[in-house]
Structures are given as C-alpha cells and as structure tokens.
Design a protein around this ligand. Structure first.
Ligand SMILES: [Zn+2]
Length: 433
C-alpha cells in the first residue's frame, strides 16, 4: 500500500456467466447460491440454511469449500439425502460428492454473532468465510434475511424489504454478479444515510461517523471520481452503488456495487497520507469489481492489472481534477518513495512476483505512465475504455489484458512492459518530470 504501513487488500471478485448447457461441465460450476438467514437475538446467533446448486465433471469426487471452523454445522444433504461423511477443519469443508453431474447441496449451520459484531451491528465479509465458497466460481446469489424490526440489512446487488411486521422484517437480496457475499445487519439507527443522484446511477452512503464535514468531503470525492470514471472509462453498468462504513476495520473492499470503507480509513481521511483511498476504491468499481481478475486460475500479474492500473487511473483523475502539475508531482512522489522507502528493502521485488506490496502501488503506476507516454493519450484512452467495455462482468487474465493492449501498443512496447515487470526497480526509461 502506498504511503502507509497498513495492509490494504482488495479482495477480488469473480463471477462466471451461467447458461443452460447440454454438455457435461469440465470443472466445478456453481449455478446458484440461495441463503436463508435468521437473526436469533435471544441466543445471539445466526441460523443459516444454504442451498448450493452446482454442476461438475464425473471425475470430480470431492469439493473443498472455504468455510470457517467455528461455524457449527447442523446438517448437510446432497440431493435430499443426508450426508455425514464430510470433514470440517482448518477453515475448509470437504465434501465427497456423488457421481451425479448436477447436485443440490444443502448446508444448515449457525454462527455466533459475538465473533462478527456487537448488539448494534454484525458485519460479514468474504475473508471471514462465513458461508461456504469456492474460489473463482461465485454465482447468482439470493438471500432472505429475517431480522427483528429494529434492524436493517445491507448487501451488494439489490436489497429490498419483502415483508414487514411489528416484530420482524424480511429482506431479500439478489445479485447476478456476486462478489464475495457481503452482508451487514445493523440497528436502524446505526447509519446516517445520504443519497446522491448522478445522471446514470444512484449512490447511497451509509456513515456511522458523526462528523458531517468529514463525511461530506468523502462523499464529494467519491462523486467526483464516479463522474470522472463514467466519462473516462465508460458508463457504470449498474444503477445503484452502496458506500458503507465498516466498524473496527483497517481495510477497504470494493466489491461489485458495494464499497466497504473501514472506520479507521474514514476517521483519518483528511490526513494527507490517507487522502488517496476514496478515489482509488471508487475506481475499483470499474477495474477489479467491474471486470475481475482470477484468484487461483492463471493468476499472472493480477495485482498489476487491478491495483497498479487502478492507482494509475487515480493519477489520471488527479490530473483531470487539478491539472498536469499535480500528475507530475504524483510521478515525482512515486519515484522518490521508491528510492527512499522501498529500494533495498524486502518490498523491493519485481512486479511479476504478483504481491500486493508497495512495489505494486508505487512502481506499477510508473510502468503504465511510460506505456501511456509511448502510445500517446488517444490510444491509451481507447485502450482503457476497451478493456472495461469489452470485459465488464468477465474475468480478465493476463493474456486477455495483453491482447487488448496490443491493439493499441506495438509488440516492442509490450516487450518492454514485460521486461519492466520482470526487473526490480523503476524502469530505466523513466525520467522524472
Ligand atoms: Zn486497490
């Protein structure tokens, strides 16, 4: 991460298009994922029932889902037959699967809420592994969440009230491109809501922080960045974005239609070292949460394609908002930061090693700046537009990225880029502005 030592991770989001097919699948393919959640305030737990519908090849006889250890499994059924042969340890649920190609897997379990929050708010995010999942295959996702009447539910995609009584409320969420199953259950009074209407989308901001001067400056920065991306990269593909504060969190996560900002990042936003994150995370709605990169399959240069590129587009946002001098200052800052804080440390590794470390955030954008300088602004801008518009909702591997870039950049430039990512340090051709 740039300018701070806090570990700052984007959890990249994956999805795959689902179509009815007649042929046998070549690999595990989750078709739909339905979850029913009931918030039991008396016993301080969530009662959860999941139905995962998937297709698989004959050869696959075991599936390992990531699933946290202290989820207490009550029952598992495969196509309505009780399964007692599973193993649940080391945050993994291993299930031997029958030789059928299509399987409905039913998993009933409980989660103690004390581990995820307090009496006012429960926060469930992908890294918590609160529901069983498999990397690189997240599907259409439907949840039904029943909470006491003084609570509200927030999730990605569309979340609506389905039924309401004096005692409880049922919320329904639906997301076609699910991106890591975020779910927040909060007391009705926990968040302050602000809505902003842009030409093509609505943004709902939910802050717990009471400092409205601070939160308004975050809102303005997010809206300015959205306007920039809508014009520069391409129109946002969804009608609604939710921007929500997460308590006790030292991270931000930009998931599809759902931007989670840790309270620590909000509190220190005005600090010069923390200024960058609002525009950076907002740009991720296009790069990383608009198109995705793979987590396990062909994961070459994924941090470069998502993080370094997002950071460079943030430099371009600064240039558009504040002029060319601001871009030059940013470039100078990156060169200086590498030379004084990264060079010779354990962070000083080639980008090809694919780590979310400071090299990715400090040197990676400089490589993109050099490519832009070489191809010229017109071609560079067209490349960014095409990369997003052709790949919205898809997984962009390095080969897809390279092929798209090659439409605008010569073989010689691509070769240079590949040399720069394989070599430690700032590219030899980089000249300080
Ligand atoms: Zn990022």
């Amino acid at each position: 991460m740039k300018k701070t030592n806090v570990v700052f991770i984007l959890f990249i989001i994956l999805f795959s298009c689902k179509n009815e097919r007649n042929t046998k699948p070549k690999e595990l393919d989750i078709i739909s994922y339905d979850i029913k959640i009931q918030f039991d305030t008396l016993n301080k737990k969530l009662n959860i029932e999941s139905i995962i519908n998937f297709e698989k090849p004959d050869s696959l006889d075991k599936i390992d889902f990531l699933f946290l250890d202290f989820a207490s499994i009550k029952e598992i059924k495969q196509n309505n037959t009780i399964d007692k042969d599973f193993i649940h340890q080391n945050d993994t649920l291993s299930i031997k699967v029958s030789n059928k190609n299509k399987i409905d897997l039913f998993i009933k379990y409980t989660l103690p809420i004390d581990s995820f929050g307090n009496n006012e708010i429960i926060t469930l995010t992908r890294p918590m592994k609160w529901c069983p999942f498999v990397y690189d295959d997240i599907s259409i996702f439907k949840t039904t969440t029943t909470v006491p009447a003084n609570f509200k539910v927030y999730s990605s995609g569309d979340t609506k009230i389905q039924e309401e009584s004096n005692a409880e409320i049922i919320f329904k969420s639906y997301n076609k491109l699910n991106s890591g199953l975020p779910l927040i259950i909060a007391n009705r009074n926990y968040y302050r809501e602000t809505e902003k209407e842009l030409t093509n989308m609505k943004v709902k901001f939910y802050f717990h922080n009471k400092d409205s001067v601070l939160t308004n400056s975050i809102i303005n920065e997010c809206v300015n960045t959205l306007n920039f991306c809508n014009e520069y990269i391409g129109s946002y593909n969804k009608k609604k974005l939710t921007f929500i504060e997460i308590p006790n969190a030292f991270y931000c996560q930009s998931l599809e239609t759902f931007l989670m900002a840790g309270d620590y990042f909000i509190k220190y936003y005005q600090h010069p070292q923390f200024k960058f994150w609002v525009s950076h995370e907002t740009i991720h709605q296009w790069i990383g949460a608009g198109f995705f990169t793979p987590i396990k399959k062909e994961n070459k240069l994924t941090w470069f394609i998502t993080e370094s590129l997002t950071e460079y587009i943030r430099y371009q946002y600064i240039e558009k908002q504040y002029g060319k001098d601001s871009l030059d200052n940013q470039i100078k800052w990156s060169i200086n930061t590498y030379n004084t804080e990264v060079k010779g440390t354990e962070q000083d590794i080639p980008i090809i090693e694919n780590k979310p470390n400071r090299t990715t955030y400090v040197v990676g954008p400089l490589i993109f700046h050099l490519i832009r300088t070489k191809v010229g602004d017109d071609k560079w801008n067209e490349f960014i537009k095409k990369l997003y518009n052709d790949n919205y909702g898809k997984i962009v591997t390095y080969s897809v990225f390279k092929k798209t870039l090659n439409e605008f950049a010569s073989d010689e430039i691509i070769k240079k880029m590949e040399k720069w990512v394989e070599t430690k340090g700032i590219p030899d051709e980089m000249v300080s502005p």
